[in-house]
Ligand binder design. Structure first.
Ligand SMILES: [Zn+2]
Ligand SMILES: [Zn+2]
Length: 436
């Protein structure tokens, strides 16, 4: 919904029903109230802000309107929903029309699913519900589809989801007529028999009514299948985001997303910034491509790009596609080679020779104007890049100085001060430089 740079939120609409599912609950400002009201089930990978901050808007739209909304998330999720709800005053909400109900579910690694109900009629007090086991990671099972989950590691348990359409059974009415049969509720039994893969000699009792009264005829399932039915294989959509690259995660993704028709996969950083990606517990584009290749996904949709690549989306896509085609990542090919260790994020200083001293060619920006957009300026002693909490994930990817945008790693002068744009999107004072 929010493009490759926005908060993750994948809206899955049902074409002939007033119904939709949502995978991740980042900013949902782009969805109209009528679209939010169609949601019946919302699946949240983990509760980092960019995946869960849309909760308030969804709740607000549904209040007094929506009937039941089911939410699913990782361990601790019910308490997180409860805390969100308890941040508001609800003294009047029990007078609202309807009884808007949130059913929150959290899944444990042993696939025990806990549930709690929060009703507006009960002022959103937590009401424990009976739990159940979700065998095979199936969180939701319906006639036409199921939603399955798996656990991945993002420094915190993070769920990945698969939306699995079941086999469609299309019935050709005219071909039934050629067989001397008419449509009727008996076709539900046919559909069930097909889904259960019953043998072709399974007898089916076809019954229908018309102007001449009731009719009844027995026909073999195999005959129906060959003459009047069309079986269309359902599609499988997988949604994988916010994971660190390591062997176990890689093996799990390859298994879980195996042969996916459509794989949505996070593609956060370029390989150049692999060290940074690992620290932030995210994938690089090459890693996303490698996982897509291992899963043999038919169509791959990259998303969740770091904002630092604004205007450079093609580089992320190209890196993913190269890895997906099995071409090893060649970071030296058209990029300056990364400096070692944590400094790897600072290679964007472009053609400057590595050891060239800082000179007066640095842009002189004057003093920051409080009326314009400026990133915070901090002393070098206060700056600890490891302190950048991966929980926050609100990285700007750039620094601002009087509305002007600067890339990470860039050094500028503000009067006598040297400022360097750090990877957290803050200016770090690198000392003073008097004009020579
Ligand atoms: Zn995220
Ligand atoms: Zn996250």
């Amino acid at each position: 919904m929010n493009g490759v740079f926005g908060d993750p939120a994948l809206y899955v609409d049902f074409r002939f029903e007033k119904r939709a599912l949502l995978f991740d609950l980042g900013d949902v400002g782009a969805l109209a109230p009528r679209q939010l009201l169609r949601l019946t089930d919302v699946f949240v990978t983990h509760a980092h802000m960019d995946h869960f901050a849309g909760f308030d808007r969804l709740l607000r739209v549904c209040l007094g309107r929506g009937p039941v909304l089911r939410l699913y998330g990782p361990p601790g999720f019910i308490a997180q929903v409860e805390h969100k709800l308890s941040a508001y005053t609800w003294n009047l909400v029990d007078r609202y029309p309807g009884d808007f109900t949130l059913l929150a579910h959290e899944v444990a690694p042993d696939w025990q699913l806990q549930a709690a109900r929060f009703r507006s009629g009960a002022r959103f007090r937590r009401e424990p519900q009976e739990g159940r086991r979700c065998a095979g990671g199936v969180l939701l099972e319906e006639d036409a589809f199921r939603v399955r989950a798996t656990f991945l590691d993002h420094g915190t348990p993070c769920l990945a989801f698969a939306f699995e359409e079941k086999t469609h059974v299309n019935v050709w009415k005219n071909r039934l007529a050629d067989m001397g049969l008419r449509v009727g509720p008996w076709l539900a039994e046919v559909r069930r028999a097909v889904m259960e893969e019953s043998p072709d000699d399974t007898p089916i009792l076809a019954r229908w009514r018309d102007g001449e009264g009731a009719h009844e005829r027995q026909v073999a399932l195999g005959e129906l299948k060959s003459r009047a039915l069309e079986l269309v294989k359902g599609e499988r959509l997988c949604y994988v985001t916010d994971i660190v690259y390591h062997e176990e995660n890689a093996a799990r993704v390859a298994r879980f997303a195996a042969d996916a028709d459509l794989l949505y996969i996070e593609t956060v950083f370029l390989t150049q910034e692999a060290t940074h990606a690992a620290r932030k517990m995210h994938l690089t584009a090459a890693q996303a491509g490698t996982l897509s290749r291992a899963a043999r996904a038919k169509t791959v949709v990259p998303f969740h790009f770091s904002p630092r690549y604004m205007g450079r989306e093609d580089e992320l896509r190209a890196e993913l596609e190269r890895a997906r085609a099995g071409i090893p990542a060649d970071i030296d090919r058209d990029q300056p080679s990364p400096a070692a260790g944590a400094g790897a994020c600072l290679v964007k200083t472009e053609e400057k020779p590595v050891n060239k001293p800082v000179t007066d060619t640095l842009p002189q920006l004057g003093a920051p104007d409080p009326e314009r957009k400026n990133s915070p300026i901090i002393d070098e002693s206060e700056y600890d890049e490891h302190d950048a909490s991966p929980d926050l994930e609100i990285e700007e990817g750039v620094c601002y100085f009087n509305d002007e945008v600067f890339e990470i790693g860039q050094t500028v002068r503000s009067g006598a001060e040297l400022l360097q744009c750090s990877e957290r999107g803050v200016w770090v004072r690198k000392g003073e430089k008097r004009p020579d």
